[in-house]
Write a protein that binds this ligand. Structure first.
Ligand code: ZN
Length: 320
């Protein structure tokens, strides 16, 4: 009975967030510690600053190989599991690099570019305990000179300059507001510059949607039919999905079939504008009562981090 009770406890949301989640205001300190502790493998740089709060957007580079892989932990403010996953991948690679020949050989072949958060403004709010729910960045979209936590901001995953004009989300109060112009946001300009400079072989974007309706699935770019290269991308997505058990149900993640949204998302931009295979991984789960869990307690977070780290490493091996 005790075991059942403790398992059930894992299937709840917890806010303020547990300490298992990284905090925006501690990121620089954590990156500096990694830089000091693992100089042989760890590098990081700033790719840009946000418009409203002038917060840096960090990318961590691991490895010196010629095959470039991009991982973005966060676009949406309350979707913090991806930040934790990307930081965990960074820390595990640093920690194991010195004594592990497999990791060393992996990082001779690949160069991983990991952006823990592309939305540091939104992450700041959620990770500081100021708002459990928030999607967008902190742009003062209603121009009243202050931050309205629910209504201000632009949905960064609708702001990419591809299919932007087809997106009807023009109401600045909407959680899905696409922004005043394509690539209007500094966060998006920063990642586009990086994407144009580095020939990425694959881009992975972590999310954990609030509704739970999308969770534990991998989403691919919108395409007509199955163009060349898409079949391989789908295989890789299926491989990753098959490596991750669902949080509260039997079975594993799956790849969403059928049409994807024709809007200005990161995966559409990388695939259509830069010709980079790209996938969105929706973390977070739905518990047995049908409730969406995007901020599980610490123990569950640790389990999720381990599972995704393992799936990511397996994927890199599979691609060799
Ligand atoms: Zn999202």
């Amino acid at each position: 009975m005790l075991l059942i009770a403790s398992c059930a406890y894992q299937g709840v949301n917890q806010y303020p967030l547990s300490e298992a989640y990284p905090r925006q205001d501690q990121l620089v300190e954590r990156l500096n510690q990694l830089n000091a502790g693992y100089p042989g493998v760890f590098q990081h740089r700033i790719i840009g600053f946000t418009d409203t709060e002038n917060l840096p957007i960090h990318v961590v580079e691991l490895g010196k190989g010629e095959r470039n892989i991009l991982v973005v932990g966060q676009h949406h403010a309350d979707e913090v599991l991806g930040v934790a996953i990307s930081m965990h991948i960074i820390e595990e690679l640093c920690r194991t690099y010195q004594g592990n020949k497999d990791v060393q050989s992996l990082l001779e072949e690949y160069r991983l570019w990991i952006i823990p958060s592309l939305n540091p403004e939104g992450w700041r709010v959620v990770s500081a305990g100021l708002s459990r729910i928030k999607r967008k960045n902190n742009r003062d979209t209603d121009g009243n000179g202050r931050l309205d936590l629910r209504s201000d901001g632009v949905d960064l995953n609708r702001n990419y300059p591809v299919f932007w004009d087809l997106d009807g989300e023009t109401n600045h109060m909407s959680s899905f507001y696409k922004g005043p112009a394509p690539a209007s946001e500094a966060e998006i300009k920063s990642i586009i510059t990086l994407g144009r400079r580095v020939p990425f072989e694959l881009a992975i974007f972590y999310h954990s949607s609030l509704t739970g309706a999308l969770s534990e699935r991998i989403f691919l770019p919108v395409v007509e039919g199955e163009p060349p290269g898409f079949v391989r991308l789908k295989q890789l997505a299926e491989f990753y999905a098959g490596s991750v058990p669902r949080d509260y149900h039997r079975g594993t993640y799956s790849v969403q079939s059928g049409s994807s949204s024709r809007i200005g998302t990161a995966r559409n931009f990388f695939y259509h504008a830069l010709e980079v295979p790209a996938m969105l991984i929706e973390v977070g789960g739905v518990n047995r009562e049908g409730q969406s869990i995007i901020h599980p307690p610490g123990k569950m977070v640790e389990r999720i981090l381990k599972r995704h780290n393992k799936a990511f490493m397996r994927l890199l091996e599979e691609m060799r």
